[in-house]
Design a protein around this ligand. Sequence first.
Ligand code: OAD
Length: 242
Amino acid sequence: MFDSGLIAYLKKALKVAVLTGAGVSAESGVPTFRGKEGLWKKFKPEELANFDSFMKNPDIVWEWYAFRKKMMSEVHPNPGHHSLVKMEEYYPDFTLITQNIDNLHRIAGSKNILELHGNIRRNYCLDCGRQYDDEQLQMGKTAPRCECGGLIRPDVVWFGEMLPQDILNAAFRAAEECEVFFSLGTSALVSPASMLPMIAKTANALLIEINPEETELTKAVDHHLQGPSGEILPQLIQEMGI
Ligand code: OAD
């Protein structure tokens, strides 16, 4: 099904980096942001996913996150997530860079993960910085408070906020140093994550995209494997014999 040259190249590569986006979790039942069923069609992100809104209406923003936390706690990794675990076991140097906050890569068993946009299962106090897992908090309709009295927020990157610098630097490094870069299930529109595939290509990596649709990136990639990642990735690793 795949180009035999591609399979041979993938089998020989040593350093591989992968960028995942919401599409990788679509087959698990997590809605993507853009596209036909995109979450941002129903909610205006700038009204909810930002710091000022949280300070003005912490309960409303928290309730939206409590809804998404519950939804994401009820879903399971799909064959795409599991294939990435197998790839990590196969390659001596494998970095999984994700824009997803749903924790599904961790649940699947991936280890070397760079979470660019945070993780919805984690939370921290705005005043003292104490970290809380969801299990330690009451998931009601009001934003929880820390023992110190401070407001607790989800540990995710909101609009207008900086990405964690150390994680971003590690992602840039992985993109610069890899021989193969996969862009999976992302519209490749949100910066700085969207810069990573082109950084890899400029550094001579083979650039592969898996997506049922064409994206801003498609024209620049070496291989566009069209289809859902939960189907294409298992087929790909099967042909590689891993
Ligand atoms: P998008 O919703 O922008 O794009 C999802 C992509 O997944 C689209 O290109 C779809 O065609 C593709 N897709 C859909 N189903 C798929 C499947 N089964 N397999 C593979 N691909 C599929 O999501 P992201 O690119 O992840 O940021 O969005 C980037 C960021 O925008 C998010 O991390 C979020 C949002 O604002 C923050 O919240 C900070």
